[in-house]
Design a binder for this molecule. Structure first.
Ligand SMILES: Nc1ncnc2c1ncn2[C@@H]1O[C@H](COP(=O)(O)OP(=O)(O)O)[C@@H](O)[C@H]1O
Ligand SMILES: [Mg+2]
Length: 350
């Protein structure tokens, strides 16, 4: 049975740019799919197609069981999209804006007020609640827009990089609201450049790059695929790197001999994928000691989602959350122009 969101073979080109190169997705009802990928991977284009804002060149999609291409209006009635349909009225206050959204969705006035107050507090807009939205900074506008998208829980929700540009506290507030939304039964497709966010919120992760889904699974499954645990050793002297490498290679998968062990010279750190868990560490320490290698540090670590991302895409994902300042402004919705997204990136050599 197809899930709440189902897409097959979505292709979209813009001139000679292939934004989507055959995207397949399936999101079971009541779950969160994290669409994870670097800038330009095709995340926003995917969201725009699924929310009926853009027609693909080919492929099919259904949302809440309704064909996106054949019945766009019907689809729009069952989805929420942060930044798009939550039209903030400049002249109304933050509180009035949120209450109006509630009433638009036929909430009782009292319930709409309670929900508005709750969201204003969570997104730290309570102090500004009775000022017109036009006096808000960019960061405040963005929070109001997110809050407006969260007044009522739609069956299917799309959020395109919702936390890009939010400070940690507002990010946490958004995560909390998202979790509540999902426990209430909403299906969510969330795009993000932040591995931590996908790890934290998503049941399933689809890694996209160059318009294709290149890997898919739970965070744990993806980490598993990248390899199990690694032993990391920091040796005391540079001279000890070669003998330590020979010892560690005996614990590796054995496919590439010494090359199973990766070496970072300047930190004197050696890493080897292993199977065998913590009791292995004692053996490694003993063997290193037997050949006279002195160590500063040794540990066992699991691959992180960073390791996964790097091994899949060949580059690191975005790491830093920007401050919630005015420059980031407005909504991070599906209509976010690439120029604004680029502001948040740190691309060496770009
Ligand atoms: N309206 C458009 N016109 C031309 N190129 C576009 C348009 N929208 C997206 N693209 C291009 O398609 C690719 C995917 O973009 P996008 O879906 O915005 O990626 P992401 O959201 O993952 O950063 C990029 O190369 C982008 O420049
Ligand atoms: Mg985007």
């Amino acid at each position: 049975m197809p899930g709440a969101i189902h897409a097959e073979g979505l292709v979209k080109t813009f001139g000679d740019v292939t934004a989507l190169d055959g995207v397949d997705l399936d999101v079971p009802e009541g779950t969160v799919l994290g669409l994870l990928g670097p800038n330009g991977a095709g995340k926003t284009t995917t969201v725009r197609v699924l929310t009926t804002l853009l027609r693909p060149d080919s492929g099919t999609a259904t949302v809440a069981g309704v064909d996106v291409l054949a019945h766009p209006n019907e689809v729009r009635r069952s989805i929420g999209l942060s930044g798009q349909f939550a039209a903030v009225d400049e002249y109304l206050t933050g509180r009035e804006n949120l209450q109006m959204v509630g009433q638009l969705y036929q909430m009782k006035a009292r319930a709409a007020k309670t929900r508005a107050d709750e969201l204003l507090e969570r997104f730290r807009l309570d102090d500004a609640a009775d000022r017109p939205a036009k006096t808000y900074s960019g960061g405040m506008r963005r929070r109001l827009d997110l809050a407006a998208a969260l007044v009522v829980a739609p069956p299917v929700m799309f959020m395109d990089e919702p936390t890009t540009g939010l400070d940690p506290r507002n990010r946490q507030a958004l995560w909390d609201v998202i979790k509540e939304l999902v426990s209430g039964g909403t299906t969510l497709l969330l795009t993000t450049q932040y591995l931590e966010e996908a790890d934290h919120l998503a049941h399933d992760i689809a890694v996209v790059d160059h318009g294709r889904v290149i890997a898919r699974g739970t965070s744990d499954q993806l980490k598993e695929r990248t390899g199990g645990e690694r032993v990391e050793v920091v040796v005391h002297d540079r001279d000890a790197i070669a003998p330590a490498r020979a010892v560690l290679a005996r614990y590796g998968p054995g496919e590439r001999g010494l090359d199973d062990v990766s070496v970072e010279d300047h930190t004197r750190r050696l890493t080897v994928p292993v199977t065998g868990g913590a009791k292995l560490l004692a053996e490694v320490i003993r063997d290193l000691d037997a050949v006279g290698v002195e160590i500063d540090d040794i540990g066992l670590r699991r691959p992180t989602l960073d390791d996964v991302f790097i091994s899949l895409t060949g580059h690191a994902a975005a790491r830093e959350q920007d401050d919630d300042n005015g420059a980031n402004g407005l909504s991070g919705g599906a209509d976010q122009p690439p120029a604004r997204a680029r502001k948040h990136r740190k691309e060496p050599g770009a």
